[in-house]
Design a protein around this ligand. Sequence first.
Ligand code: HEC
Ligand code: HEC
Length: 415
Amino acid sequence: MQTRNLHRIRPCIPPLVLHACATAALAVLSACGGGGAGGGSAGSGSPPDAAAQAQARVQLGERLFNDRNLSGSGRMSCATCHDPAFSHGPSNAQAVQVGGAFETEFGLRASPSLRYLDGVPAFSLADGSLASLRGGLMSDGRAANLEAQARLPFLNPLEMDNGSVAILAGKLRRAAYAPLFVQVFGETADDELKLTQATQALAAFQRESAQFHPFDSKYDRVLQSLEVLSPPEQRGLQLFRDPEKGNCMSCHEIVTSSGQQPRFTNFGYAVLGVPRNAELPANRDPAHFDLGLCGPQRQDLNVPAYCGAFRTPNLRNVARRPVFFHNGRFSSLAQVLEFYNTRDSDPARWYPTVKGVVQRFDDLPEALRGNVNRQAPFGSATPRMSSADLQDLQCFLETLSDGHRIGTPSREACR
Ligand code: HEC
Ligand code: HEC
């Protein structure tokens, strides 16, 4: 569960923030005397309709999400990199997206899908071993929650690049939806608070709107006994689970302890040794390495054993992604599966050869290459799966795409 951070909000909490718990909202309302900040019906003394206010907050979040004016270039919104028509992921096959005030700045990582993030727990270290780390947003877990995350793209010079909090707050005050904003949060002259409120609306939109977690893939329908997997899909699922074959489930977990719908991730971290992507402008500098948990973007965990680790993403809608892994190194799912299957048996296929020596795990400095995970499907001198197996595995992954209409046949090779 995400915390709702009610207590971070300044002095007199606008009543509309408290959609989660109507009683608390009323208690706070009377404590605040209903004065001023709430706006709308609060001032009149009549209790706000909590559901309607929650709805308004989500609506505001959607407006913010799609507002291209909230960028230095005036041309980029959250939806530019997280397109609803592409499962809230990128709509093009560029490894990284281009942002900045003049749309000339290349990002550092591939744009992820924003679906099903409501299940990501807060970042935790447990016993400190890499295997025990969990959660946090961003592929290095550096954002504590959706609210904290939403600040980052607005001010990132490689992304929306608004210049300053004051400039952004000014845009929020002048936007077409400014009245809705004031209805939800009340007036404020405090720019920081204005931005915090915008991030709260964005988080509410992502958490509460059904479009971010429809749970209507073929696989969901199979769990509801409304569909059946075809024989190739069923075989693919077996390979996904089999500890000696795909072993995908050891990280892309299917069964959740709480009995919730499967997320296809344990929210943990692993070092896969994904090959360096020469297409990334940042990689022109041979000394630059994106080491995930241990930096350079994340700054607080400089532990060598964590270097190269990224959060295990969920695999819903993965068959629709145009690029894969944190550095966008691969552009087809088939390639990703081949990589998993032959990384260790045929490294020359994936890593460059210099003077006759294959540079295994070339996107990590040499001293850190020992961090790379060697459990199945890796760590075998011969591939664990045949090419027919990989096709079945792909057929299974295709059943994880949202918006399945019951009875629609799978593509021919997967029937
Ligand atoms: C220029 C492209 C771009 C724009 C614009 C953009 N993002 Fe992102 N977003 C990314 C990239 C790249 C990442 C992955 C960053 C990382 O892992 O370090 C990301 C990550 C995220 C995540 C974390 C996903 C996860 O799996 O943990 C969320 C949530 C998110 N973005 C929401 C937003 C919101 C809300 C906005 C608008 C305020 C926005 N993004 C604007 C590119 C973009
Ligand atoms: C040791 C844990 C682990 C195992 C086992 C594992 N994965 Fe992953 N998977 C990850 C991590 C971590 C990433 C992200 C790595 C990165 O971005 O550098 C990932 C990324 C992916 C991606 C790319 C997703 C995206 O959004 O770009 C796909 C597809 C994938 N895994 C499928 C599989 C399949 C299929 C299997 C089994 C053959 C498998 N994984 C086994 C941890 C694992």
